[in-house]
Design a protein around this ligand. Structure first.
Ligand SMILES: Cc1ncc(COP(=O)(O)OP(=O)(O)O)c(N)n1
Ligand SMILES: Cc1ncsc1CCOP(=O)(O)O
Ligand SMILES: [Mg+2]
Length: 212
């Protein structure tokens, strides 16, 4: 995966009682020297206002820009554009990939959620830069997810679109990285593996080392 799509996607945990910005600060501070492997996706709760999403994105950008860590915004393309983020991530309930590409323009990073090879082929045709593939495993971080697809499901998507980086998501832990890479994933996206860690910075360093 080139520098446009790093291997470790840190997705913010904005549930009540969480300090998403503090986790991003810890991740970026700990990752000095290995920042080319890190990307932050700003993912807020559905009932978060656009104003709050925009302000968090600006705060995350202020932390990430000096370290050259790319920042994406989940779902809300207008927030990504307004804040000057590097791109966005869309899934089945968001704008279609091709429409998102038209909104963001050709230079933006655009991720698309996929569960199947058919999803992947459609997303690539629509202009996806990378494919967020999962859920790999059951997770408590997001409610209402479909059944996990496991490493075999990740491998099926990666094989269908070998020229487009696959980022596995859903219950991913550091110990899963080798198996996911072997399945064809170029990288992983995590919430809990970092946000729930006693030392989020150390968790980032360990994940980056496993992905190297
Ligand atoms: C890298 C990555 N992969 C998948 C998702 C999930 O996106 P989506 O299916 O649209 O679900 P929400 O995150 O919007 O609840 C993601 N965010 N990032
Ligand atoms: C947003 C999202 N989409 C599929 S799984 C997931 C949550 C991933 O969080 P965690 O890494 O804690 O399982
Ligand atoms: Mg979405």
């Amino acid at each position: 995966m080139g520098c446009a799509v790093p291997r470790l996607h840190l997705v913010t945990d904005c549930r009540a009682g969480r300090d998403a910005l503090a986790v991003v600060q810890a991740a970026v501070a700990a990752g000095w020297g290995v920042h080319r492997g890190l990307l932050v996706q700003v993912r807020v709760e559905d009932d978060t206002t656009d104003r709050a999403a925009y302000e968090l994105t600006c705060d995350v950008l202020a932390v990430c820009r000096p370290a050259a860590v790319p920042v994406l915004v989940n779902d809300r393309l207008h927030v990504a554009l307004a804040a000057g983020a590097d791109g966005a991530h869309v899934g089945a309930d968001d704008l279609p990939v091709a429409a998102a590409r038209r909104v963001l323009g050709p230079g933006a990073v655009l991720g698309a959620t996929c569960r199947t090879p058919q999803d992947a082929t459609a997303a690539v045709a629509g202009g996806a830069t990378y494919l967020g593939v999962g859920p790999f495993r059951a997770t408590t971080t997001k409610r209402g997810l479909p059944a996990p697809i496991g490493a075999a499901g990740v491998a099926a998507v990666a094989a269908a679109e070998p020229a487009t980086p696959v980022v596995a998501i859903g219950g991913v832990a550091c110990d899963d990285v080798a198996g996911l890479r072997a399945a064809g994933a170029a990288g992983v996206a995590v919430v809990g593996a970092v946000a729930n860690a006693a030392d989020p910075g150390r968790a980032v360093v360990e994940l980056l080392a496993a992905l190297a």
